[in-house]
Design a protein around this ligand. Sequence first.
Ligand SMILES: NC(=O)c1ccc[n+]([C@@H]2O[C@H](COP(=O)([O-])OP(=O)(O)OC[C@H]3O[C@@H](n4cnc5c(N)ncnc54)[C@H](O)[C@@H]3O)[C@@H](O)[C@H]2O)c1
Length: 236
Amino acid sequence: MRFQGKRIFVTGAANGIGAATAQLFREEGARVHGVDVADADGVHHCDVTDPASVQAAVDTAAAEMGGIDVLANVAGVNVFSRLEHMTLEVWNRHLAVNLTGPMLVTQAALPHLRASRGNVVTVASISGIQGQPYNSSYCASKGGLRLFMKSLAVELAADGIRVNCVCPGGVDTAMSAHALDNLQGEVDMNLISRMMGVLDSFMPPVKIAEALAFLASDAASSTTGAELVVDNGTLW
Ligand SMILES: NC(=O)c1ccc[n+]([C@@H]2O[C@H](COP(=O)([O-])OP(=O)(O)OC[C@H]3O[C@@H](n4cnc5c(N)ncnc54)[C@H](O)[C@@H]3O)[C@@H](O)[C@H]2O)c1
């Protein structure tokens, strides 16, 4: 019961890693306010790319729970595309959801995190560390996200706010199942295989939830600005 009495805001809570994270925090005693653009039982509506939607969701969560101790930025999108086929819409969507979204949500949650001396845990990706073929817009968004969060770790340390990331490899969710759906042209499987881990190729979402929970817990009270890679041994 590491999160007994803690008040936790989770984005992307309708599916995959976000749903597993919300469930794990609840199982360990937390009150969780989950948000998403997709509908799911007990999940509130919020589009992380829309400042008004974000502010309203954070205000509602803080009012209902009496504050926020932990922000978990999990919402994200991933659509593979070769550079020559990449539309501006796809490029902008990756940056909006994966990079601007966590900025808006963290900014809105800041007064509450200051009050609780809480912490932020964010799902980045190994795609923000290694270059990946046909995935450049996603890699750019996640690389930016890592450095954005590292910057906040330094900036917010004086407020007692810790900021950490988890960088997953392949996780068994709808995102990974459909990321290559619209990829046009011949695919070099030798390049694709470099994204696979030496353990199983895809891990269950709970493995990432466990890593987020560790970083959000008091056991990680000396850890900020860190990136915990959980990738089945891809970046060896
Ligand atoms: N699945 C993987 O292999 C993998 C690997 C590394 C990192 N990640 C990251 O993990 C996170 C969760 O991904 P997942 O695999 O669980 O995918 P998922 O598609 O199962 O879940 C992502 C959730 O984000 C929500 N979302 C999308 N746009 C949103 C918006 N504008 N506002 C609010 N919610 C929005 C979706 O509706 C969905 O419920 C993402 O940030 C993703 O980039 C996933």
